[in-house]
Design a protein around this ligand. Sequence first.
Ligand code: GCU
Length: 392
Amino acid sequence: MKRVLFTILLLLPLVGFGQEANYDESKVPEFTLPDLLTLNNGQKVKNAKQWMELRRPEILEIFTTEMFGGRPEKPEGLHFKQIGQDEEVYGGLGIRRRIQVCLDNEEKHTFEVLIHFPKNHKRPCPIFIGLNFKDKNDETIALESGRRWPYELILNEGFAVATATRNSIEPDVRPEESKGDGVRAWYEQMYPGKYVWSAISAWSWGISRIADYVETAKELDASRMIVIGHSRLGKTALWTGANDLRFAMVVSNNSGCCGAAITRRAFGENFGIIGRSFPHWFVPNFYKYNDSNFPVDQNGLAALTAPRPLYIASASQDLWADPKGEWLCAKSVQSVYDLFGKKGLESSECIKPGERDDSGAVGYKIRIGEHNVYPEDWIAYMKFAKRNLKIK
Ligand code: GCU
């Protein structure tokens, strides 16, 4: 019985409470992507400076007010406590550290971060930072290793990796199920009505607090922080990189609708479905839109990473996230990367499952298989990071 209920719950987003997802390529509507380089006043962006100073803030503002909401500054009482350290994990390959991020002086609002870094590092380590799907922030995150968090592999390549559970920052629950124990409720108490922000914004804000810690840790290289996320946390990774320029690279793994998938294709999950299934991921303005009238498309979100390296990855069976739409997103940030003289994708149409197109500053790949993150995905991200961030 429990199992049946669980399956129904899992399938609910797929049926979108009655709104169908399209999986038929012939039903993808004709569309033109809004031009990333046309300012709201109709003028054209001609160079990198105009992008950074004029157009980028406009697009950031659109995603802030119309999709995910704003993010508060870092809290005044922010401080960090080391609450544990294993000097040798994975046969002496790495060090595992547990950090408590204390958001206030009284330490009433905290979350825990698990960091692995190579034991024999010669200089500060480049670091991947991403949230995980575990419910409790304990040693079991480490045990998730092997698949989503292949620590040995990562450490062997000389990278550090930090993670925290999303629920310890902001619970991933609909408003009616909220117990008011996330950072959004806390900010609402402190500054009533000041912040309108979604859980995705809150998670991204939490990731920025982990970056604040990295800036204080001598073993870690704060100039080479890479934000990574899978699925809803891939949407979060894109949004984090958009807001926090300290991140030197962004990895979106199977982020799909409202992540890297082009909305106007209306393939797989769409605005109607996602908005109904996950109301806490969006601000109220989001509900003004359908698949064809958002002021920019998701290539606008992805382009906020420019000129920093950006990796967008799909999986062949993950039609819900629309691999072809994710490829199109990676392809169509090119006009922005061009302003910086940065190379994007080589392919002129979506590559085949199992292939990669990642020799530039924008990478795309489509793994054969299902919606997930695997060691082979990490291998591609680390290779891409090494080349683009000049890591020896
Ligand atoms: C659901 C949701 C997606 C999301 C995914 C996930 O399938 O519809 O938008 O990316 O969950 O986070 O696993």
